[in-house]
Design a protein around this ligand. Structure first.
Ligand SMILES: [Zn+2]
Length: 107
């Protein structure tokens, strides 16, 4: 994988996605693993998700990850993030209704 020269994504869309995924992982870990701080596994997943977003080939043009045709997550992480999304999704609607609805409309 060529890593040199590639600029990391840093625009508002990517930033917002990072905030969302971080929030979802936080909810998941707090409710599922009963931790105030992210446990090691969830922290690892968050770092991975951030990295994928930074390197997302669509950058600011990206649509919802769940909708994306490019499967940039490895199998293991894909499974993990899906579990997080499924679990934290309803909580996101509760805690952050406006953002969740916007996100859904992007589909
Ligand atoms: Zn956790």
């Amino acid at each position: 994988m060529p890593r040199q020269k590639r600029e990391l994504n840093n625009g508002p869309v990517i930033q917002k996605e990072k905030e969302t995924v971080a929030e979802m992982i936080r909810i998941y870990c707090r409710k599922k693993h009963h931790r105030d701080e992210l446990c090691e596994e969830c922290l690892d997943l968050k770092n991975y998700a951030f990295k994928r977003l930074s390197l997302c080939r669509f950058g600011e043009e990206k649509s919802a990850c769940s909708n994306c045709k490019v499967h940039c997550y490895s199998k293991t992480y894909r499974k993990k993030i899906k579990a997080v999304m499924r679990y934290a999704g309803p909580w996101m609607v509760l805690y952050h209704p406006v953002f969740s609805i916007k996100h859904l409309l992007k589909k």
